[in-house]
Design a protein around this ligand. Structure first.
Ligand code: ARG
Length: 460
C-alpha cells in the first residue's frame, strides 16, 4: 500500500476498516477536473511568488496533464486507501514527477482545496441548470403560442372557477421557472468566490497571491475570512434550496399533467414515445415521466434537509462531517438537471385537446363572477351583487340550467338592473376578454405577456 501523505506522526498502519469507512473517492472522483484546475492555478501562483521554480511548475503542470488524460481514458487507478480525490491525484503526481510534486501542497490544505473544488464544480452545474431552465421556459412560450387563443377552465380548490386562456396557464409556469432562474443566479454570486489561501483555517505565513489564483480561475473575488472559508457550506445550501424549489415547481406541473392525461380529464395527450405501458394491462399508457419527477422531489428536499442537519451542531471550522456534503449535493444536481431536461422534452411532445377543454367549460357557472361584476357596474354594492348571483346560481341548479340558458325575464327576477347586454357578459369568450387588468387572462394581456416572454427568451 502507498504511504499516507500525512503518515509522519503515525506509528501504526491505518486499519483497513477505517480506510473503508473514511474513503470518499468513490464519489468525489467526480471532482477530478476541478481539483486539477485548482492545482494548476495554485502551482502557477507558487512559481510566480518564488515558492517553487519555473521548472518545478512545468513538471507539475505536465504531470497534472497526464493524470487528467489517464482519468479521462479510464486508465487511472483510484486507490481507496488514499481517501479522496485530492490525495489520489497528489500521490500519483509525486509518483510520476518526484520532489516537484511534493511541493504542490505548499500553502494549501485539503480544507481550502475541497472548498475550491466544490465551488468550481457547483459554479459550472449552477450555470448549466440556469441554462436548462431557460430551455424549459422556452417550451412554455412555444405552448403558449401554439394555444394562444384556446380557453380552458381555471381552477381553485380543483373546482372549476373561471375560464382562462391555455396560454395564460402556460405563462404562469414561465414565471415560476423564471424566478427559479433568478434565485440560482443570485446563489451563483456567493458560490463564485475563491477560497484557496485560507489553508487549514488560519491563513498562511507564506507569501501567496490569492488574487492571482482568483484571476486564473475566473473568480470575481476571494473569500474574506479564512476560518469562515473552510467551514462555510452556505453556498451549497442556497443552491439546494433554489434547486428544491425548482423540483417542487416541476412536481406541481407533473401533478397537473398526471391529472390532465386521465381519461376523466383528457385535456392533454402525451406522445407515445414519452409514456410507458403496463406489464399486465395491455390497454395502459402511463405518464411515468411526470410521476417520477413528482416522486424525485422527495429526495431533492431530503438532500436539502441532510445538509441543514449536517451543519446544525458543527463548531468552527472544518470538521470531517463536511465530507458528507457531497453525495446529497451530487444527487440534487443530477436529479434536478435531469428532471428539467426531460420535462422540457415532454412539453414538446404533448398536445392539448381543445374539444375536451371546451367541454370542461360548461356546467360550472364559471361566469358567475362576471355577472356579479356586471351588477357592480350598475351600481350594486359587490356584497349584494355576490348574494344576488348566488341566488341565481341556486335557481339554475334547481332547474338544471346554465346561467346563459335563463331568459332575461328570469334573470330580472333576481335584479331589475339586468338588461339585454348581460348575455355577452355571461359568455365564456366575453368573460375571458373582459379580464384586462394587468396580469389578467384577456387575449390582449396574454398577447402582451407572450411578447415580453419571447423577448426575454430571445425568440422571434
Ligand atoms: N475529503 C475531505 C472532504 O470532503 C477533504 C478534506 C479533508 N480534510 C481533512 N482535514 N481531513 O471534506
Amino acid at each position: 500500500a502507498p504511504a499516507k501523505l500525512w503518515g509522519g506522526r503515525f506509528a501504526e498502519k491505518t486499519a483497513a476498516s477505517v480506510e473503508a469507512f473514511t474513503a470518499s473517492i468513490h464519489y468525489d472522483a467526480r471532482l477530478y477536473k476541478h481539483d486539477i484546475a485548482g492545482s494548476r492555478a495554485h502551482a502557477k501562483m507558487l512559481a510566480k511568488q518564488g515558492l517553487i521554480s519555473a521548472k518545478e511548475r512545468d513538471q507539475i503542470l505536465k504531470g497534472l496533464g497526464q493524470i487528467e488524460r489517464e482519468i479521462e481514458a479510464g486508465t487511472f487507478v483510484f486507490r481507496p486507501e488514499l481517501e479522496d480525490i485530492h490525495m489520489n491525484i497528489e500521490k500519483t503526481l509525486v509518483e510520476k514527477i518526484g520532489p516537484a510534486g511534493e511541493k504542490l501542497h505548499t500553502a494549501r490544505s485539503r480544507n481550502d482545496q475541497v472548498a475550491l473544488d466544490v465551488r468550481l464544480y457547483l459554479r459550472e452545474e449552477c450555470r448549466n441548470l440556469i441554462a436548462l431552465l431557460a430551455g424549459l421556459q422556452k417550451a412554455f412560450v412555444v405552448l403558449a403560442r401554439t394555444y394562444q387563443h384556446a380557453v380552458m377552465p381555471g381552477y381553485t380548490h380543483l373546482q372549476r372557477a373561471q375560464p382562462v386562456l391555455v396560454a395564460h396557464h402556460m405563462l404562469a409556469y414561465y414565471e415560476m421557472f423564471g424566478r427559479d432562474r433568478e434565485r440560482l443566479s443570485d446563489a451563483l454570486k456567493r458560490i463564485n468566490v475563491m477560497p484557496l489561501g485560507a489553508a487549514a483555517l488560519a491563513g498562511t505565513g507564506l507569501p501567496i497571491d490569492r488574487a492571482f489564483v482568483a484571476k486564473e480561475l475566473d473568480f470575481p473575488k476571494i473569500t474574506a475570512n479564512s476560518m469562515d472559508t473552510v467551514g462555510d457550506r452556505d453556498f451549497i445550501i442556497e443552491f439546494m434550496s433554489a434547486a428544491s424549489l425548482v423540483q417542487i415547481h416541476l412536481s406541481r406541473l407533473s401533478e397537473e399533467l398526471v391529472l390532465w392525461t386521465t381519461e376523466e380529464f383528457s385535456f392533454v395527450t402525451l406522445a407515445d414515445s414519452f409514456c410507458t405501458g403496463s406489464s399486465i394491462m395491455p390497454q395502459k399508457k402511463n405518464p411515468d415521466i411526470p410521476e417520477l419527477i413528482r416522486g424525485k422531489s422527495g429526495r431533492v428536499v431530503g438532500n436539502l434537509m441532510s445538509l441543514l442537519m449536517l451543519l446544525k451542531g458543527l463548531p468552527m471550522t472544518y470538521n470531517r462531517d463536511l465530507q458528507e456534503d457531497k453525495e446529497p449535493l451530487f444527487d440534487t444536481v443530477d436529479t434536478v438537471s435531469q428532471s428539467v431536461a426531460i420535462m422540457s422534452q415532454l412539453l414538446g411532445n404533448l398536445q392539448f385537446n381543445e374539444a375536451r377543454l371546451a367541454a370542461g367549460l360548461g356546467g360550472g357557472y364559471m361566469t358567475a363572477t362576471d355577472l356579479a361584476d356586471y351588477l357592480v357596474l350598475k351600481n350594486i354594492p359587490f356584497r349584494q351583487a355576490h348574494a344576488i348571483v348566488g341566488r341565481t346560481v341556486a335557481f339554475c341548479l334547481s332547474k338544471g340550467k346554465e346561467l346563459t340558458e335563463l331568459t332575461l325575464k328570469e334573470l330580472q327576477k333576481f335584479s331589475e338592473v339586468i338588461e339585454g347586454d348581460v348575455f355577452k357578459v355571461l359568455s365564456i369568450e366575453g368573460s375571458v376578454a373582459s379580464r384586462v387588468s394587468p396580469g389578467g387572462t384577456s387575449g390582449k394581456m396574454v398577447a402582451k405577456a407572450l411578447k415580453r416572454a419571447e423577448k426575454e427568451m430571445g425568440i422571434s
